[in-house]
Design a binder for this molecule. Structure first.
Ligand code: ATP
Length: 254
């Protein structure tokens, strides 16, 4: 049923010069699910993420989030509606502290004249206090609280990924797209990241996850979509995908 999908995209196409990066692809993400997106290198997964979150514009196709088309919206407007993403290489600012990176996700006061700002001062301070408390609470819950006042540049690659994920929670998201949360992360931290994802999902957040680590996909996901050469190859439960001959062949050819 259409109304069960938090995210649904159909007929997505993107060419780069002569390369068909994404070709007539579709994906559907059930409300409340942890959905996986897998495929061999160069299959078009990251490009599909960029199309879903409007970081790049599709040549054709439509994306529906929370029952509304979002094709005309900027990524930050999409984020305001509760749809946020992370990147393959975590986008954190190394010369800001971990806490400052968290606060980057909060809305800024803009476009107001001095008098309005003066009137709003105490309200702004109150919001800043609340945002800081919220950020510290999230950092505590992911085990980064002791790093709150360290530069983000001092974190390990895995911790940076965790920080980027933690920051997505500042905007009260309904849907989080994670681009390879386990890549380059040590096994202990991978397990912790998986536990956090399960916890956040229990709290009502839906996930779509690109990941090459099949253990992570198989243990987390309710449903998995497989892309190959820019287009849909299969979708199903992790068990169905694992035994699908077309999927096995696509990976063997890699
Ligand atoms: P990986 O698993 O290796 O990250 P992927 O499935 O995410 O791969 P994409 O990064 O989406 O795949 O790439 C799909 C295809 O599109 C590749 O052939 C890639 O070289 C090409 N491509 C992606 N972005 C661009 C771009 N900006 N300009 C030109 N070609 C691009």
């Amino acid at each position: 049923v259409q109304s069960d999908y938090l995210l649904s995209a159909t007929g997505l196409n993107k060419n780069f010069g002569g390369i068909k990066a994404v070709s007539n692809a579709e994906i559907k993400v059930n409300q409340g699910s942890i959905t996986g997106l897998i495929g061999p290198n160069g299959a078009g997964k990251t490009t599909l993420f960029n199309l879903l979150s409007n970081f790049i514009r599709p040549d054709r196709g439509q994306v529906i989030f929370d029952h509304q088309p979002i094709d005309h919206l900027q990524p930050h407007e999409i984020a305001q509606r509760g749809f946020i993403r992370t990147f393959q290489v975590a986008r954190v600012l190394s010369k800001l502290t971990v806490l400052e990176n968290m606060l980057l996700a909060t809305p800024k006061q803009t476009g107001e004249n001095f008098f309005q700002v003066w009137l709003n001062q105490s309200q702004v301070r109150q919001e800043e206090r609340e945002n800081k408390q919220k950020a510290l609470g999230i950092l505590e819950s992911v085990g980064l609280i002791e790093k709150a006042y360290d530069y983000a540049g001092a974190l390990s690659g895995g911790q940076r990924k965790l920080l980027e994920m933690a920051r997505t929670l500042m905007t009260n998201p309904k849907l989080i797209l994670l681009d390879e949360p386990a890549a380059g992360v040590n096994p202990t931290l991978i397990n912790q990241i998986c536990e956090h994802i399960i916890n956040w999902n229990r709290q009502g957040i839906t996930f779509l996850i690109i990941e090459h680590n099949m253990d992570v996909i198989m243990s987390l996901c309710n449903h998995v979509w497989v892309l190959a050469e820019g287009t849909n190859l299969a979708d199903g439960t992790p068990e169905e995908i694992q035994t699908n001959p077309d999927v096995l062949e696509a990976y063997l050819g890699e």
